[in-house]
Design a protein around this ligand. Structure first.
Ligand code: SAM
Ligand code: SF4
Length: 332
C-alpha cells in the first residue's frame, strides 16, 4: 500500500511543481522586472538524473501530477530528456504538464509531445502587441500565438492559457480573452496579481479581483459553472452558457484564498522544497540527496517537510512579508 503524503492539517499532497530553471528570456513586470535575476550557480541546480530520482520517490508517495515550470522551463536544453524520464513514471504519475511562456514552442511542441508530455499551459497577458511588450519586456506576441498553434497541432490538449490580470494594464482585455477561448477552444485561466514580483512593487490597488473578472466576462458571454470535482482545483471553472467551445477559469488567491484545499508542494531548480508559494523558509532536498541519504531517509525527510506545510497564506494580514524568492525562482 502506498504511504500518502499528508500534512498536519490532513491535506493529502498529490501535486508537485518542479522548477527546471530560474532563468528566463522574458522580463514580465509582475515576476522579474529588474534586469538579470541572481541566477543560482550551475552546480547547485538539480541535474536531470537528480530530478528523475526524486520524482520517482515523490510518485511512490502518492504524487499524481507533476507540472514543470520555472523561470522559463524551455530554456533548459535537456527538457525533452526530463519529460521522457518523468513520463516513464506513469501510470503512478497520472498527469505530466508544462507551463511556458510559449516562445520556444514553434518547432519544439511536437518533440515535447513525443517525449511524453500530456498537457501544456501557455502564458499570454495581452492580445495587443504593444501591451504584450510593455508587460513582458519583449515584442514577441506573434511568436507566442504561433506557439499556441504549434501546441494545438501537436495535440498537447486541452491547452490552458494563463493571463495575469493587473489593473491599469490589461483588465480591459478580459472579454477579448474570453472571445479568444471560444474561437480557439482553449481554457483561459485569469490570475490575480500576487505579491511575488522581484521589484516588490505589488500593491493591493493593482489587484483586479476574480469577482471583477467574472462580472465583466459574464456580462458579455454568460457563464455556467462547470460541475467538476473541485478537490484541489485552484480555479473556479466555467463553460459558456450558449454551449460555445472553450472554458474560463478564475484563480483568485488574493481575494478568495483556496488554501484549505491545497494539495501542492514545490521543488525549486536548486532543489529546495517549498510547502507554499508564500513560504518564507525552504528545505534543501538537494543537500539531503547529495549528502548520501538512503531512499528511506529521503522519504522520511520529505514526510517531515510536508508536516511543516503552512495552514494558509497571509497575504491579507497586516504583517504579511513577501518571500525573499520571487515567482521566477519558486516556479509558478
Ligand atoms: N515562464 C513560464 C510562464 O511564464 O508561463 C513559467 C513560469 S511563470 C513564473 C508561471 C506562471 O506564473 C505564469 O503564468 C505567470 O504569468 C505567473 N506569474 C508570475 N508572477 C506572477 C505574479 N506576481 N502574480 C500572479 N501570477 C504570476
Ligand atoms: Fe519569465 Fe514566466 Fe516570469 Fe514572465 S512569468 S518573467 S515568462 S518566468
Amino acid at each position: 500500500m502506498t504511504t500518502l503524503l499528508k500534512d498536519s492539517y490532513g491535506r493529502v499532497i498529490r501535486d508537485l511543481r518542479v522548477s527546471l530553471t530560474d532563468r528566463c528570456n522574458f522580463r514580465c513586470f509582475y515576476c522579474l522586472p529588474h534586469g538579470e535575476p541572481p541566477i543560482a550557480p550551475k552546480e547547485q541546480m538539480l541535474s536531470y538524473e537528480e530530478i528523475e530520482y526524486v520524482a520517482e520517490i515523490f510518485v511512490s508517495l502518492g504524487i499524481e501530477k507533476i507540472r514543470l515550470t520555472g523561470g522559463e522551463p524551455m530554456m533548459r536544453r535537456d527538457i525533452e530528456t526530463i519529460i521522457r524520464k518523468l513520463s516513464a513514471l506513469k501510470p503512478g504519475l497520472h498527469d505530466l504538464a508544462l507551463t511556458t511562456n510559449g516562445y520556444f514552442l514553434p518547432g519544439r511542441a511536437e518533440g515535447l509531445k513525443e517525449a511524453g508530455l500530456d498537457r501544456i499551459t501557455i502564458s499570454i497577458d495581452s492580445l495587443k502587441p504593444e501591451v504584450f511588450k510593455s508587460m513582458t519586456g519583449v515584442d514577441v506576441l506573434d511568436r507566442v500565438l504561433e506557439g499556441i498553434e504549434a501546441a494545438q497541432r501537436a495535440g498537447l490538449t486541452p491547452i490552458k492559457i494563463n493571463a495575469v490580470i493587473v489593473r491599469g494594464h490589461n483588465e480591459d482585455e478580459v472579454v477579448d480573452f474570453a472571445a479568444f477561448a471560444r474561437e480557439h477552444d482553449v481554457s483561459m485561466r485569469f490570475i490575480e496579481f500576487m505579491p511575488l514580483d522581484s521589484g516588490h512593487d505589488w500593491s493591493r490597488a493593482d489587484v483586479f479581483s476574480g469577482r471583477e473578472m467574472f462580472e465583466r466576462i459574464n456580462e458579455r458571454f454568460p457563464l455556467a459553472p462547470l460541475k467538476v470535482r473541485r478537490g484541489s482545483e485552484t480555479s473556479a471553472r466555467y463553460g459558456f452558457a450558449d454551449g460555445a467551445p472553450g472554458e474560463i477559469g478564475i484563480i483568485a488567491p488574493v481575494t478568495q484564498a483556496f488554501c484549505g484545499a491545497c494539495s501542492r508542494i514545490r521543488l525549486t531548480a536548486d532543489g529546495q522544497i517549498r510547502t507554499c508559494l508564500f513560504s518564507t523558509v525552504e528545505h534543501s532536498l538537494r543537500d539531503v540527496v547529495r549528502g548520501g541519504a538512503t531512499r528511506t531517509e529521503i522519504i522520511e525527510y520529505i514526510q517531515s517537510v510536508v508536516l511543516k506545510k503552512e495552514p494558509r497564506h497571509y497575504i491579507n494580514d497586516p504583517e504579511f512579508m513577501q518571500p525573499a524568492r520571487t515567482m521566477s525562482f519558486i516556479g509558478g
